[in-house]
Design a protein around this ligand. Structure first.
Ligand code: CDP
Length: 221
Protein backbone atom coordinates (compact mmCIF):
# COMPACT_ATOMS: atom_id res chain seq x y z
CA UNK A 1 0.00 0.00 0.00
CA UNK A 2 1.45 3.38 -1.02
CA UNK A 3 1.75 5.56 2.10
CA UNK A 4 -0.09 8.89 2.31
CA UNK A 5 0.53 11.69 4.78
CA UNK A 6 -2.54 13.93 5.07
CA UNK A 7 -2.15 17.52 6.23
CA UNK A 8 -5.39 19.47 6.69
CA UNK A 9 -6.06 22.85 8.15
CA UNK A 10 -7.59 26.29 7.70
CA UNK A 11 -6.59 29.00 5.27
CA UNK A 12 -3.06 30.40 5.60
CA UNK A 13 -2.06 27.93 8.33
CA UNK A 14 1.19 27.23 6.45
CA UNK A 15 0.15 23.71 5.47
CA UNK A 16 1.17 24.19 1.82
CA UNK A 17 4.76 25.11 2.71
CA UNK A 18 5.01 22.44 5.39
CA UNK A 19 3.51 19.74 3.13
CA UNK A 20 5.82 20.59 0.24
CA UNK A 21 8.90 20.51 2.45
CA UNK A 22 7.92 17.25 4.11
CA UNK A 23 7.34 15.72 0.65
CA UNK A 24 10.76 16.93 -0.54
CA UNK A 25 12.49 15.54 2.56
CA UNK A 26 10.87 12.12 2.12
CA UNK A 27 11.15 12.06 -1.69
CA UNK A 28 7.33 11.79 -1.91
CA UNK A 29 4.87 13.34 -4.37
CA UNK A 30 2.97 16.42 -3.20
CA UNK A 31 -0.69 17.17 -3.84
CA UNK A 32 -1.95 20.72 -3.27
CA UNK A 33 -5.66 19.86 -3.36
CA UNK A 34 -6.70 23.49 -2.84
CA UNK A 35 -5.23 24.31 -6.25
CA UNK A 36 -7.92 22.13 -7.87
CA UNK A 37 -10.68 24.21 -6.25
CA UNK A 38 -8.83 27.39 -7.16
CA UNK A 39 -8.49 26.17 -10.78
CA UNK A 40 -12.20 25.35 -10.93
CA UNK A 41 -13.01 28.83 -9.62
CA UNK A 42 -10.70 30.50 -12.14
CA UNK A 43 -12.05 28.44 -15.05
CA UNK A 44 -15.62 29.31 -13.98
CA UNK A 45 -14.76 33.01 -13.86
CA UNK A 46 -13.20 32.87 -17.31
CA UNK A 47 -16.17 30.97 -18.74
CA UNK A 48 -18.70 33.35 -17.11
CA UNK A 49 -20.24 30.56 -15.05
CA UNK A 50 -21.99 31.94 -11.96
CA UNK A 51 -20.85 30.47 -8.64
CA UNK A 52 -24.39 29.28 -7.87
CA UNK A 53 -24.72 27.21 -11.06
CA UNK A 54 -23.85 23.85 -9.48
CA UNK A 55 -24.51 21.84 -12.63
CA UNK A 56 -22.23 23.89 -14.87
CA UNK A 57 -19.53 24.07 -12.17
CA UNK A 58 -19.58 20.29 -11.79
CA UNK A 59 -19.24 19.68 -15.52
CA UNK A 60 -16.39 22.17 -15.59
CA UNK A 61 -14.57 20.54 -12.62
CA UNK A 62 -14.84 17.13 -14.25
CA UNK A 63 -13.28 18.32 -17.50
CA UNK A 64 -10.50 20.66 -16.36
CA UNK A 65 -7.37 20.38 -18.51
CA UNK A 66 -4.67 20.74 -15.87
CA UNK A 67 -0.94 20.11 -15.98
CA UNK A 68 1.52 20.44 -13.09
CA UNK A 69 4.99 20.99 -14.56
CA UNK A 70 8.18 22.00 -12.73
CA UNK A 71 6.31 23.96 -10.08
CA UNK A 72 4.07 25.69 -12.65
CA UNK A 73 0.33 25.09 -13.05
CA UNK A 74 -1.19 25.11 -16.53
CA UNK A 75 -4.92 25.37 -17.20
CA UNK A 76 -5.79 24.56 -20.81
CA UNK A 77 -2.11 25.17 -21.71
CA UNK A 78 -2.10 28.60 -20.07
CA UNK A 79 0.22 29.31 -17.14
CA UNK A 80 -2.05 30.31 -14.22
CA UNK A 81 0.40 29.68 -11.35
CA UNK A 82 0.14 33.27 -10.09
CA UNK A 83 -3.49 33.93 -11.09
CA UNK A 84 -4.90 31.20 -8.87
CA UNK A 85 -3.10 32.55 -5.76
CA UNK A 86 -5.07 35.78 -5.47
CA UNK A 87 -7.31 36.26 -2.43
CA UNK A 88 -10.25 36.72 -4.77
CA UNK A 89 -9.61 33.34 -6.37
CA UNK A 90 -9.22 31.75 -2.91
CA UNK A 91 -12.56 33.17 -1.88
CA UNK A 92 -14.27 31.97 -5.02
CA UNK A 93 -12.61 28.58 -4.53
CA UNK A 94 -14.17 28.23 -1.10
CA UNK A 95 -17.63 28.88 -2.61
CA UNK A 96 -17.03 26.38 -5.42
CA UNK A 97 -15.77 23.87 -2.83
CA UNK A 98 -19.09 24.02 -0.98
CA UNK A 99 -20.86 22.34 -3.94
CA UNK A 100 -21.01 18.59 -3.16
CA UNK A 101 -21.01 17.47 -6.82
CA UNK A 102 -17.91 19.57 -7.54
CA UNK A 103 -16.10 17.77 -4.69
CA UNK A 104 -17.20 14.42 -6.08
CA UNK A 105 -15.99 15.40 -9.56
CA UNK A 106 -12.51 16.15 -8.19
CA UNK A 107 -12.18 13.05 -6.01
CA UNK A 108 -10.73 10.56 -8.52
CA UNK A 109 -8.23 13.16 -9.76
CA UNK A 110 -6.95 13.63 -6.20
CA UNK A 111 -6.69 9.90 -5.51
CA UNK A 112 -4.76 9.54 -8.77
CA UNK A 113 -1.88 11.40 -7.11
CA UNK A 114 -1.15 8.41 -4.90
CA UNK A 115 2.01 7.05 -6.49
CA UNK A 116 5.08 5.21 -5.16
CA UNK A 117 7.07 5.85 -3.08
CA UNK A 118 4.41 7.97 -1.33
CA UNK A 119 2.29 11.12 -1.21
CA UNK A 120 1.96 14.14 1.04
CA UNK A 121 -1.45 15.74 0.43
CA UNK A 122 -2.69 19.02 1.86
CA UNK A 123 -6.20 20.45 2.02
CA UNK A 124 -9.30 20.40 4.18
CA UNK A 125 -10.55 16.82 3.82
CA UNK A 126 -7.45 14.79 2.97
CA UNK A 127 -7.70 12.73 6.18
CA UNK A 128 -11.48 12.60 6.47
CA UNK A 129 -12.61 11.92 2.88
CA UNK A 130 -9.92 11.61 0.21
CA UNK A 131 -7.33 9.44 1.98
CA UNK A 132 -9.00 8.04 5.12
CA UNK A 133 -6.30 5.34 5.25
CA UNK A 134 -3.44 7.87 5.48
CA UNK A 135 -0.67 6.56 7.76
CA UNK A 136 -0.32 10.00 9.35
CA UNK A 137 -3.02 12.67 9.69
CA UNK A 138 -2.02 16.14 10.80
CA UNK A 139 -4.36 19.02 11.55
CA UNK A 140 -2.25 22.13 11.16
CA UNK A 141 -3.64 25.36 12.52
CA UNK A 142 -2.74 28.77 13.98
CA UNK A 143 -4.68 31.71 15.42
CA UNK A 144 -6.62 33.87 12.93
CA UNK A 145 -4.27 36.78 13.71
CA UNK A 146 -1.12 34.75 13.02
CA UNK A 147 -2.58 33.44 9.76
CA UNK A 148 -3.67 36.91 8.60
CA UNK A 149 -0.18 38.23 9.34
CA UNK A 150 1.46 35.40 7.37
CA UNK A 151 -0.82 36.01 4.41
CA UNK A 152 -0.08 39.75 4.67
CA UNK A 153 3.68 39.13 4.56
CA UNK A 154 3.30 36.65 1.71
CA UNK A 155 1.33 39.17 -0.39
CA UNK A 156 3.72 42.03 0.42
CA UNK A 157 6.77 39.88 -0.45
CA UNK A 158 5.29 39.31 -3.87
CA UNK A 159 4.64 43.05 -4.28
CA UNK A 160 0.85 42.63 -4.05
CA UNK A 161 -1.43 45.05 -2.18
CA UNK A 162 -2.47 43.81 1.27
CA UNK A 163 -4.60 45.18 4.06
CA UNK A 164 -4.59 43.56 7.51
CA UNK A 165 -8.21 44.24 8.44
CA UNK A 166 -9.47 42.96 5.06
CA UNK A 167 -7.35 39.83 5.46
CA UNK A 168 -8.60 39.21 9.01
CA UNK A 169 -12.19 39.50 7.83
CA UNK A 170 -11.62 37.33 4.71
CA UNK A 171 -9.87 34.56 6.62
CA UNK A 172 -12.54 34.49 9.34
CA UNK A 173 -15.24 34.39 6.64
CA UNK A 174 -13.49 31.57 4.80
CA UNK A 175 -12.99 29.60 8.05
CA UNK A 176 -16.69 29.84 8.77
CA UNK A 177 -17.69 28.75 5.25
CA UNK A 178 -15.20 25.85 5.23
CA UNK A 179 -16.24 24.68 8.72
CA UNK A 180 -20.00 24.89 8.30
CA UNK A 181 -20.55 23.47 4.81
CA UNK A 182 -22.65 20.31 4.61
CA UNK A 183 -20.12 18.17 2.75
CA UNK A 184 -16.54 17.50 3.89
CA UNK A 185 -16.39 20.43 6.33
CA UNK A 186 -12.99 21.47 7.64
CA UNK A 187 -12.51 19.58 10.90
CA UNK A 188 -9.88 17.74 12.85
CA UNK A 189 -10.79 14.15 12.04
CA UNK A 190 -10.48 11.13 14.30
CA UNK A 191 -6.89 10.13 14.88
CA UNK A 192 -5.38 13.36 13.56
CA UNK A 193 -2.43 14.95 15.37
CA UNK A 194 -3.04 18.60 16.20
CA UNK A 195 -0.20 20.98 15.37
CA UNK A 196 -0.78 24.60 16.41
CA UNK A 197 1.87 26.69 14.66
CA UNK A 198 0.95 30.08 16.16
CA UNK A 199 4.23 30.11 18.11
CA UNK A 200 6.28 27.92 15.74
CA UNK A 201 8.58 28.74 12.85
CA UNK A 202 8.11 26.88 9.57
CA UNK A 203 11.25 24.84 10.32
CA UNK A 204 9.87 23.74 13.69
CA UNK A 205 6.55 22.74 12.10
CA UNK A 206 8.34 20.79 9.34
CA UNK A 207 10.57 19.02 11.89
CA UNK A 208 7.59 17.97 14.00
CA UNK A 209 5.66 16.57 11.01
CA UNK A 210 8.78 14.76 9.77
CA UNK A 211 9.32 13.18 13.17
CA UNK A 212 5.71 11.91 13.20
CA UNK A 213 5.99 10.80 9.56
CA UNK A 214 9.14 8.79 10.15
CA UNK A 215 7.65 6.86 13.05
CA UNK A 216 4.38 6.31 11.12
CA UNK A 217 6.38 4.94 8.18
CA UNK A 218 8.28 2.58 10.48
CA UNK A 219 5.14 1.27 12.17
CA UNK A 220 3.27 0.84 8.86
CA UNK A 221 6.05 -1.14 7.16
O1 CDP B 1 -4.16 28.74 0.61
P1 CDP B 1 -5.43 28.53 1.38
O2 CDP B 1 -5.25 27.60 2.54
O3 CDP B 1 -6.12 29.78 1.73
O4 CDP B 1 -6.45 27.85 0.40
P2 CDP B 1 -6.32 26.54 -0.46
O5 CDP B 1 -5.78 25.39 0.35
O6 CDP B 1 -5.64 26.82 -1.75
O7 CDP B 1 -7.87 26.20 -0.73
C1 CDP B 1 -8.75 27.16 -1.32
C2 CDP B 1 -10.17 26.78 -0.93
O8 CDP B 1 -10.48 25.49 -1.48
C3 CDP B 1 -10.41 26.62 0.58
O9 CDP B 1 -10.91 27.81 1.18
C4 CDP B 1 -11.43 25.52 0.69
O10 CDP B 1 -12.75 26.02 0.70
C5 CDP B 1 -11.26 24.73 -0.58
N1 CDP B 1 -10.63 23.43 -0.35
C6 CDP B 1 -11.45 22.38 0.02
O11 CDP B 1 -12.64 22.57 0.20
N2 CDP B 1 -10.94 21.13 0.16
C7 CDP B 1 -9.63 20.90 -0.01
N3 CDP B 1 -9.16 19.66 0.11
C8 CDP B 1 -8.76 21.96 -0.34
C9 CDP B 1 -9.30 23.23 -0.50
Amino acid sequence: MIPVIAIDGPSASGKGTVAQRVADALGFYYLDSGSLYRLTALAAFRADIPLDDAKALTALAGNLQIRFENGEILLSDQNVTEDIRSELCGNRASRVAAVPAVRAALLARQRGWRRAPGLVADGRDMATVVFPDAILKVFLTASVEARALRRYNQLKDKGNPANMSDLLRDIAERDLRDQTRAVAPLQKGMGAQLLDTTQLTINQAVDQVLEWAKSALVSSS
